[in-house]
Design a protein around this ligand. Structure first.
Ligand code: SF4
Length: 249
Protein backbone atom coordinates (compact mmCIF):
# COMPACT_ATOMS: atom_id res chain seq x y z
CA UNK A 1 0.00 0.00 0.00
CA UNK A 2 1.50 3.35 -1.00
CA UNK A 3 2.10 6.23 1.40
CA UNK A 4 -0.18 8.37 -0.77
CA UNK A 5 -3.08 5.95 -0.45
CA UNK A 6 -2.49 5.74 3.30
CA UNK A 7 -1.96 9.39 4.18
CA UNK A 8 -3.23 11.71 1.42
CA UNK A 9 -6.14 13.59 2.96
CA UNK A 10 -7.49 17.09 2.32
CA UNK A 11 -8.30 18.81 5.59
CA UNK A 12 -9.68 22.32 6.29
CA UNK A 13 -7.15 25.12 5.96
CA UNK A 14 -4.80 23.24 3.61
CA UNK A 15 -4.65 25.99 0.99
CA UNK A 16 -3.95 28.58 3.67
CA UNK A 17 -1.13 26.47 5.11
CA UNK A 18 0.41 26.11 1.65
CA UNK A 19 0.14 29.86 1.05
CA UNK A 20 1.71 30.59 4.42
CA UNK A 21 4.60 28.19 3.74
CA UNK A 22 5.27 30.03 0.48
CA UNK A 23 5.22 33.34 2.38
CA UNK A 24 7.76 32.03 4.89
CA UNK A 25 10.04 30.81 2.09
CA UNK A 26 9.79 34.18 0.31
CA UNK A 27 10.54 35.95 3.58
CA UNK A 28 13.66 33.79 4.02
CA UNK A 29 14.81 34.54 0.48
CA UNK A 30 14.20 38.28 0.87
CA UNK A 31 15.77 38.71 4.29
CA UNK A 32 18.77 36.46 3.49
CA UNK A 33 19.28 36.98 -0.22
CA UNK A 34 21.97 34.64 -1.53
CA UNK A 35 22.68 33.37 1.98
CA UNK A 36 19.92 30.87 2.66
CA UNK A 37 19.87 27.15 1.97
CA UNK A 38 17.28 24.42 2.32
CA UNK A 39 19.06 21.65 4.24
CA UNK A 40 17.12 18.78 2.75
CA UNK A 41 17.09 15.31 4.24
CA UNK A 42 15.29 14.21 1.07
CA UNK A 43 12.38 13.09 3.24
CA UNK A 44 8.73 13.75 2.37
CA UNK A 45 8.55 17.18 4.02
CA UNK A 46 11.77 18.32 2.38
CA UNK A 47 10.60 17.18 -1.04
CA UNK A 48 7.52 19.38 -0.54
CA UNK A 49 9.72 22.34 0.36
CA UNK A 50 11.95 21.81 -2.67
CA UNK A 51 8.85 21.66 -4.87
CA UNK A 52 7.53 24.90 -3.38
CA UNK A 53 10.91 26.62 -3.84
CA UNK A 54 11.12 25.51 -7.48
CA UNK A 55 7.45 26.07 -8.31
CA UNK A 56 7.48 29.64 -7.00
CA UNK A 57 11.03 30.35 -8.22
CA UNK A 58 12.17 31.36 -4.76
CA UNK A 59 15.87 32.17 -4.40
CA UNK A 60 16.87 29.51 -1.90
CA UNK A 61 19.74 27.06 -2.53
CA UNK A 62 19.24 23.32 -2.02
CA UNK A 63 21.81 21.36 -0.02
CA UNK A 64 21.92 17.83 1.33
CA UNK A 65 24.18 15.60 3.40
CA UNK A 66 25.39 12.41 1.76
CA UNK A 67 26.58 10.58 4.85
CA UNK A 68 27.86 7.51 3.02
CA UNK A 69 25.29 5.46 4.94
CA UNK A 70 22.12 6.45 3.08
CA UNK A 71 19.82 3.99 1.33
CA UNK A 72 20.30 3.82 -2.44
CA UNK A 73 16.67 4.96 -2.79
CA UNK A 74 17.49 8.15 -0.88
CA UNK A 75 20.63 8.97 -2.88
CA UNK A 76 18.69 8.41 -6.11
CA UNK A 77 16.47 11.37 -5.26
CA UNK A 78 19.34 13.83 -5.80
CA UNK A 79 19.49 13.47 -9.62
CA UNK A 80 15.70 13.20 -9.71
CA UNK A 81 15.41 16.63 -8.09
CA UNK A 82 17.95 18.08 -10.50
CA UNK A 83 16.16 16.64 -13.53
CA UNK A 84 12.66 17.47 -12.40
CA UNK A 85 13.28 21.03 -11.26
CA UNK A 86 16.43 22.07 -13.07
CA UNK A 87 18.00 22.95 -9.73
CA UNK A 88 21.50 22.07 -8.61
CA UNK A 89 21.68 20.17 -5.33
CA UNK A 90 24.75 20.93 -3.26
CA UNK A 91 26.00 17.61 -1.83
CA UNK A 92 28.11 17.65 1.33
CA UNK A 93 30.00 14.49 2.28
CA UNK A 94 31.98 13.66 5.43
CA UNK A 95 35.75 14.03 5.40
CA UNK A 96 37.20 10.74 4.17
CA UNK A 97 40.02 10.67 6.72
CA UNK A 98 37.67 11.21 9.63
CA UNK A 99 35.40 8.37 8.49
CA UNK A 100 38.30 5.97 7.95
CA UNK A 101 39.74 6.81 11.37
CA UNK A 102 36.37 6.39 13.11
CA UNK A 103 35.57 3.07 11.45
CA UNK A 104 39.08 1.76 12.05
CA UNK A 105 38.82 2.52 15.76
CA UNK A 106 35.19 1.68 16.40
CA UNK A 107 33.94 -0.52 13.55
CA UNK A 108 31.11 -0.17 11.04
CA UNK A 109 28.47 -0.94 13.67
CA UNK A 110 29.72 1.46 16.35
CA UNK A 111 26.38 3.31 16.44
CA UNK A 112 24.82 0.31 18.18
CA UNK A 113 27.54 0.11 20.85
CA UNK A 114 26.88 3.33 22.77
CA UNK A 115 25.08 6.66 22.50
CA UNK A 116 28.44 8.44 22.50
CA UNK A 117 29.65 6.44 19.52
CA UNK A 118 26.36 6.96 17.70
CA UNK A 119 26.65 10.70 18.28
CA UNK A 120 30.30 10.52 17.21
CA UNK A 121 29.24 8.93 13.94
CA UNK A 122 26.56 11.60 13.46
CA UNK A 123 29.10 14.32 14.25
CA UNK A 124 31.45 13.11 11.52
CA UNK A 125 28.89 12.17 8.91
CA UNK A 126 26.27 14.89 9.49
CA UNK A 127 27.24 17.74 11.76
CA UNK A 128 30.61 18.57 10.27
CA UNK A 129 29.34 18.48 6.66
CA UNK A 130 26.34 20.55 7.77
CA UNK A 131 28.62 23.14 9.28
CA UNK A 132 30.29 23.44 5.86
CA UNK A 133 26.90 23.78 4.17
CA UNK A 134 25.96 26.61 6.50
CA UNK A 135 29.35 28.29 6.74
CA UNK A 136 28.56 31.07 4.30
CA UNK A 137 24.86 31.24 5.14
CA UNK A 138 22.89 33.39 7.53
CA UNK A 139 19.74 31.27 7.36
CA UNK A 140 18.53 27.77 6.58
CA UNK A 141 15.24 26.07 5.87
CA UNK A 142 14.12 22.80 7.47
CA UNK A 143 11.13 20.50 7.13
CA UNK A 144 10.40 20.35 10.86
CA UNK A 145 6.74 20.00 11.83
CA UNK A 146 5.18 20.37 15.28
CA UNK A 147 3.35 17.08 14.83
CA UNK A 148 6.52 15.02 14.28
CA UNK A 149 7.16 14.24 17.94
CA UNK A 150 6.64 15.57 21.42
CA UNK A 151 10.06 17.23 21.30
CA UNK A 152 8.95 19.33 18.36
CA UNK A 153 5.58 20.52 19.66
CA UNK A 154 6.68 24.13 19.82
CA UNK A 155 8.47 24.47 16.47
CA UNK A 156 8.14 28.13 15.37
CA UNK A 157 8.10 29.25 11.73
CA UNK A 158 11.44 30.95 12.36
CA UNK A 159 13.91 31.12 15.20
CA UNK A 160 17.57 31.78 15.83
CA UNK A 161 19.74 28.68 16.14
CA UNK A 162 22.67 28.45 18.54
CA UNK A 163 25.01 30.00 15.95
CA UNK A 164 22.80 33.04 15.42
CA UNK A 165 21.48 31.90 12.05
CA UNK A 166 17.78 32.07 11.34
CA UNK A 167 16.20 28.65 11.00
CA UNK A 168 12.96 28.69 9.01
CA UNK A 169 10.44 25.86 9.32
CA UNK A 170 7.70 26.75 6.82
CA UNK A 171 5.82 23.48 7.40
CA UNK A 172 5.69 23.84 11.17
CA UNK A 173 1.87 23.78 11.21
CA UNK A 174 1.43 21.09 8.53
CA UNK A 175 0.03 17.65 9.30
CA UNK A 176 1.30 14.39 7.82
CA UNK A 177 -1.92 14.35 5.78
CA UNK A 178 -1.06 17.80 4.41
CA UNK A 179 2.38 16.62 3.34
CA UNK A 180 0.98 13.69 1.40
CA UNK A 181 -1.92 15.65 -0.02
CA UNK A 182 0.60 18.12 -1.44
CA UNK A 183 2.81 15.31 -2.79
CA UNK A 184 -0.16 13.61 -4.44
CA UNK A 185 -1.62 16.82 -5.85
CA UNK A 186 1.64 18.01 -7.39
CA UNK A 187 3.13 14.63 -8.24
CA UNK A 188 6.19 15.40 -6.14
CA UNK A 189 8.96 12.77 -6.36
CA UNK A 190 9.44 10.97 -3.06
CA UNK A 191 11.49 8.21 -1.50
CA UNK A 192 9.86 4.82 -2.24
CA UNK A 193 10.89 3.72 1.26
CA UNK A 194 7.98 5.82 2.51
CA UNK A 195 5.78 3.15 0.90
CA UNK A 196 7.39 0.59 3.22
CA UNK A 197 6.21 2.15 6.50
CA UNK A 198 9.25 4.37 6.96
CA UNK A 199 7.87 7.87 7.62
CA UNK A 200 11.22 9.10 8.93
CA UNK A 201 14.21 8.02 6.84
CA UNK A 202 17.81 8.51 7.84
CA UNK A 203 20.91 6.42 7.38
CA UNK A 204 20.36 2.80 6.49
CA UNK A 205 21.79 1.28 9.71
CA UNK A 206 19.71 3.64 11.83
CA UNK A 207 16.28 3.39 10.17
CA UNK A 208 13.64 0.68 10.37
CA UNK A 209 9.99 0.44 9.41
CA UNK A 210 7.42 1.26 12.09
CA UNK A 211 4.37 -0.72 13.13
CA UNK A 212 0.79 0.55 13.17
CA UNK A 213 0.34 2.88 16.14
CA UNK A 214 4.04 3.56 16.68
CA UNK A 215 5.37 7.12 16.87
CA UNK A 216 6.65 8.53 13.56
CA UNK A 217 10.21 8.55 14.80
CA UNK A 218 10.10 5.14 16.45
CA UNK A 219 12.02 3.81 13.47
CA UNK A 220 15.03 6.03 14.14
CA UNK A 221 17.75 4.91 16.62
CA UNK A 222 15.12 2.56 18.00
CA UNK A 223 17.60 0.84 20.31
CA UNK A 224 18.21 4.07 22.26
CA UNK A 225 16.30 5.77 25.02
CA UNK A 226 13.79 8.27 23.63
CA UNK A 227 15.58 11.28 25.15
CA UNK A 228 18.85 10.45 23.42
CA UNK A 229 17.42 10.75 19.90
CA UNK A 230 17.58 13.77 17.54
CA UNK A 231 21.11 13.58 16.27
CA UNK A 232 22.15 16.99 17.52
CA UNK A 233 20.63 18.40 14.41
CA UNK A 234 17.64 20.21 15.77
CA UNK A 235 17.60 20.10 19.54
CA UNK A 236 18.91 22.80 21.79
CA UNK A 237 20.41 20.73 24.59
CA UNK A 238 23.82 21.84 25.77
CA UNK A 239 25.61 18.75 24.53
CA UNK A 240 23.98 18.85 21.13
CA UNK A 241 24.39 22.53 20.58
CA UNK A 242 28.11 22.20 21.14
CA UNK A 243 28.42 20.24 17.93
CA UNK A 244 25.19 21.33 16.48
CA UNK A 245 24.12 22.81 13.43
CA UNK A 246 21.66 20.39 11.95
CA UNK A 247 19.52 17.45 9.42
CA UNK A 248 18.36 14.50 10.27
CA UNK A 249 15.58 12.64 9.85
S1 SF4 B 1 22.29 8.26 11.56
FE1 SF4 B 1 23.52 6.39 12.08
S2 SF4 B 1 24.87 5.96 10.32
FE2 SF4 B 1 24.00 8.05 10.07
S3 SF4 B 1 25.55 9.40 10.86
FE3 SF4 B 1 24.13 9.00 12.58
S4 SF4 B 1 24.92 7.14 13.64
FE4 SF4 B 1 26.00 7.31 11.67
Amino acid sequence: MSAISLYDRLTPGFDQRVAHAVDVLKQAATEHAGKVVQATSLGAEDMVLTDLIARHEIGIAIGTLETGKLHAETVALIPRIEERYGLRVEVYRPETEAVIHFVKNHGERAMYDSIDLRKGCCAIRKLEPLSRMLASRTAWVTGLRREQSNNRGDVPFSELDDKGRTKFSPLADWSWNDVWHYIATHNVPYNPLHDQFMPSIGCEPCTRAIAVGEDFRAGRWWWEDEKAKECGLHVHGAEETAVSMIGDR
